[in-house]
Design a binder for this molecule. Sequence first.
Ligand SMILES: [Zn+2]
Length: 247
Amino acid sequence: MPLKLLCVIAHPDDECFAFGGALALAADRGVETSVICLTEGTAGSYRGTATSDAELAKLRRSEFAASCDILGVHHHEFLNDPNVYLDGKLEFVSLSELASGLVARIRDLRPHVVITFGQDGGLNTHADHTSVSAATTAAFHWSGSPKRFPHLGPLHSPQRLFYVTTSFFLPGRLNPMPAPWTLTLDIRSVFDRKQAAFQAHTTQSPLELQTRPVFAEHGQDEHYALAAITTPQPATQSTNMFEGIAE
Ligand SMILES: [Zn+2]
């Protein structure tokens, strides 16, 4: 059985600018990768040619699909589709509701490793990123518990939870307070694909252009913080997200 990686995000484009290196590297080594997105990204200030939220949702859905394709993602979906949660409003959805939706998906997809944002909200300190972090963390721990949502399919405990973190800040933005990293991924072999995936988000091209020099300077590595593991141990530095995983 192949190793499986699940990435949980808030908006189409998070999968590439934040997690693109990890996803492409995993795909290259034969890991089955899935991405679950919680919103259609209709609150974004960059809207391409869209004249309504419905049009923007349609564009961003197809951009998300194209980006996932470039990153070699095997499966992508929106949580609670077609009643996808609203961009910018995730903090107002109950933790229980978001986490139960994710528990159901984790029990179905059965990933070994889960990656998501940290509580800092990522490089742009977006509240939706903090919410997706909270819900994914709860779901990670609850999906293996017989006390939590026993009706939502056979229990499954993923073996590692990682939060994406950073070694640099974006200029001109409020700085997050990032988690110290425990994992450094050298993503030079997939950097072009990560960039191409971001460029597939045509509606977000002003953002991609604005951040391109920063990623060119700092983006040869992706950093993650190990947030949960199966056995008690001190934090150590690693360069392999799947080190020690039992298949
Ligand atoms: Zn986002």
